[in-house]
Design a protein around this ligand. Structure first.
Ligand code: ZN
Length: 241
């Protein structure tokens, strides 16, 4: 593979809103507007308070992230992967890039994912769907079946550091790419801003696809404001052509 052809794509919540997943983490998102709601996904309170865990499981059940379907934006990136060397760095935990058909090895999940849960004590991993089945069957706060420890999603919660190995891989991809496309992200949250900086330092071109202005608009080579599920198929057709 010619490293200099590499396209790095950073995706944020904006690419999944057309799949019915709200932008909880964004500047206007639920977690920012409602400090009580943010506690549901903050590691300290989550581990300390069974009531917070019960509400958190209920939110996961109602949020239905596992039942969502990818949209035209996700599918456009699958097309792009067929014609150019592509890596997707995503801030999303919904797994919709893979569900759309992108090979798992092409996707780096910066904030983990909601497909699995793990035990905070013994680290045993199991399927989120099985845990949600237990909640539906009347266990409001399902515990680890091996050791009784607290179960939590394999996402990075507030108050937790991102996985340094994942971050290192993301940095390397940003450094190596020729084109960096930021999609549906405000570029204000760590590590998104740092990844853009690294890509620019490495001489990459920058395309931003986002409805709202970002701090990197002045240095972008192209800015696209159209809705993502409309804009991406057009952009991909152009890049692939
Ligand atoms: Zn355990």
């Amino acid at each position: 593979m010619n490293r200099r052809q590499l396209v790095a794509v950073l995706t944020g919540a904006g690419i999944s809103t057309d799949s019915g997943i709200p932008d909880y983490r964004g500047p206007q998102g639920l977690w920012q507007r409602d400090p009580a709601a943010q506690q549901l996904v903050t590691i300290g309170p989550y581990l300390a308070d069974p009531e917070i865990r019960r509400r958190s499981w209920q939110l996961r059940r109602e949020g239905g992230a596992l039942g969502r379907e990818p949209n035209a934006g996700h599918r456009a990136l699958v097309e792009l992967e067929r014609v150019l060397p592509l890596r997707v760095l995503t801030q999303n935990v919904d797994g919709l890039h893979q569900k759309a058909g992108l090979p798992a090895r092409k996707v780096l999940e910066l904030h983990g994912n909601v497909r699995q849960v793990k035990c905070q004590r013994c680290n045993r991993r199991s399927e989120m769907s099985a845990a949600l089945d237990r909640v539906a069957a009347g266990e409001p706060d399902p515990a680890c079946l091996d050791c009784g420890g607290v179960l939590r999603p394999t996402t990075v919660m507030f108050g937790e550091a991102l996985d340094p190995v994942v971050l290192e891989q993301a940095d390397a991809i940003a450094r190596a790419c020729e084109l960096f496309i930021a999609i549906g992200t405000s570029l204000q949250v760590h590590p998104a801003a740092a990844l853009v900086e690294i890509a620019l330092e490495g001489g990459a071109r920058l395309i931003i696809v986002n409805a709202e202005p970002t701090p990197y608009d002045p240095v972008a080579h192209e800015i696209i404001r159209e809705p993502i599920s409309v804009a991406l198929p057009a952009l991909v057709a152009r890049l692939a052509g």
